[in-house]
Design a protein around this ligand. Structure first.
Ligand SMILES: Cc1cc2nc3c(=O)[nH]c(=O)nc-3n(C[C@H](O)[C@H](O)[C@H](O)COP(=O)(O)OP(=O)(O)OC[C@H]3O[C@@H](n4cnc5c(N)ncnc54)[C@H](O)[C@@H]3O)c2cc1C
Length: 314
C-alpha cells in the first residue's frame, strides 16, 4: 500500500488531483462535505476556455495539459466529454488566440459572415463537459482505483493536522474558511438548462458574458458573474435576462422548455493558489484552489503539478 494522502474536496479539482495521485501509487482518501452533483463543479457549463481569465504564469501550460486530456476523453461516449464547434464573437478586433494550433479546428470568421453587431470572431472546436455525468465518471474511476470517500465537514485544515500527514486542499470557494484565506471570494454564477436538441453548435460572447452550450443532457445557457455574492437561491430576474440574451442570438431557444436553473459559486482569487504549506510539524498541505471561472480548463494541468509538489515534499 502506497503512502496515505488526504484530499479535501470532491469537485473537479479534488477528483482530478486524487486520480493523478492514485495513478502514482498513493493511497488516497477524499474528505468532503458535499458529493456531486451538489457542488459548484456540477453547475458549470462547462467548456474548455482558453481566454485570459487566470493570471498565474502556469495558466497556459495547465490549460494545454487539460485540453490534451479532454480530447482523449472525448474519443468515446463514456464519460460526458464531447467536442463541439463554437462561434466565439467579439465587439472589437482581437489577436489570434495563443491556443489556436492546439485545437482540432480553428477558423477566423470573415467580417461579412459575422452576426450583426460584432467586429471579429472565430470558429473553434473545443471540449464541452456534461458535468453531472463527468463527475460521476471521475468518482467511479477514483473508487475503482481503490480510493475511499469520507463524507464529513471539517471546520479548518488544522482539524486534520494531527491524524493526516499529507493533505491536498481542494475546497474551492470554501478555502476562505477551511484555509482562512481572505483572498478567496465567491463569483456567483447562474445557468439555465433547456431542451433544444436542434441547437448543434455552441456560441460565446465574452464581452456580454453570454454563452450557449449544447450538451447531451440539454443546452446550457449563461451567464452571469456576481462578485462577493454567496446566495445559492435562483434569481428569476437573472434567468429572464439570460434567456433574453440567448434568444437574441438563437431565436429557437424561446420555444424550448426549461429543464433546470442552477446556481454555483466560482472560487474567485487574484491568482490560483497551487503551493505547499507546512501546516504543523509533520503535516504538509498542498493547496489547489481559486480557479475562478475556469476550473475545468485548468484541472488536469493543476493535478499534474499537485503530484510534482507531493513528490518534491518527500
Ligand atoms: C455557472 C458556472 C459556469 C462555469 N463554467 C465553466 C466553464 O465553462 N469552464 C470552466 O473551465 N469552468 C467553469 N466554471 C468554473 C468551475 O466550475 C470551477 O472553477 C470549479 O468547479 C471549481 O472546482 P472546485 O473543485 O475547486 O470547487 P467545488 O466544486 O466547489 O468543490 C469544493 C469541494 O470542497 C468541499 N468542501 C468545501 N468546504 C468543506 C468543508 N468545510 N469540509 C469538507 N469539505 C468541504 C465541497 O464539499 C466540495 O466537494 C463555471 C462555474 C460556474 C458556477
Amino acid at each position: 500500500m502506497g503512502q496515505a494522502i488526504t484530499v479535501v474536496g470532491c469537485g473537479v479539482i479534488g477528483l482530478t488531483s486524487a486520480i493523478r495521485l492514485q495513478e502514482r501509487g498513493y493511497n488516497v482518501t477524499i474528505i468532503t462535505r458535499d458529493l456531486p452533483p451538489k457542488l459548484t463543479s456540477a453547475v458549470a457549463g462547462a467548456y474548455w476556455y482558453g481566454g485570459e481569465l487566470a493570471t498565474h504564469s502556469s495558466r497556459h501550460r495547465w490549460s494545454s495539459i487539460s485540453l490534451e486530456t479532454y480530447l482523449q476523453l472525448a474519443k468515446g461516449d463514456y464519460c460526458g466529454v464531447s467536442t463541439f464547434r463554437m462561434l466565439e464573437v467579439f465587439g472589437s478586433r482581437v489577436e489570434e488566440p495563443w491556443y489556436k494550433d492546439l485545437l482540432p479546428f480553428y477558423q477566423r470568421v470573415a467580417p461579412a459572415d459575422l452576426p450583426v453587431g460584432y467586429a471579429d470572431g472565430y470558429w473553434i472546436e473545443i471540449p464541452i463537459v456534461e458535468t453531472p455525468r463527468y463527475l460521476a465518471y471521475l468518482v467511479e474511476r477514483f473508487r475503482q482505483g481503490g480510493g475511499q470517500i469520507e463524507q464529513r465537514t471539517i471546520s479548518d485544515l488544522h482539524e486534520l493536522a494531527h491524524d493526516h500527514a499529507n493533505i491536498v486542499n481542494c475546497s474551492g470557494v470554501y478555502a476562505r474558511h477551511v484555509a482562512h484565506d481572505n483572498f478567496v471570494y465567491p463569483m456567483r454564477g447562474q445557468v439555465v438548462k433547456v431542451d433544444a436538441p436542434e441547437v448543434k453548435t455552441a456560441f460565446s460572447d465574452d464581452d456580454a458574458f453570454t454563452y450557449i452550450l449544447p450538451r447531451k443532457d440539454g443546452v446550457v445557457l449563461g451567464g452571469i458573474s456576481q462578485k462577493d455574492n454567496w446566495d445559492l437561491e435562483i434569481d428569476a430576474e437573472v434567468t429572464a435576462d439570460i434567456l433574453r440574451r440567448c434568444e437574441a442570438v438563437q431565436p429557437e431557444i424561446s420555444q424550448a422548455p426549461i429543464i433546470a436553473e442552477l446556481v454555483g459559486l466560482r472560487p474567485g482569487r487574484h491568482e490560483v493558489r497551487l503551493e505547499t504549506e507546512q501546516l504543523t510539524d509533520g503535516c504538509t498541505v498542498i493547496h489547489n484552489y481559486g480557479h475562478g471561472g475556469i476550473g475545468y480548463t485548468l484541472s488536469w494541468g493543476c493535478a499534474a503539478d499537485v503530484v510534482a509538489l507531493v513528490e518534491q515534499s518527500h
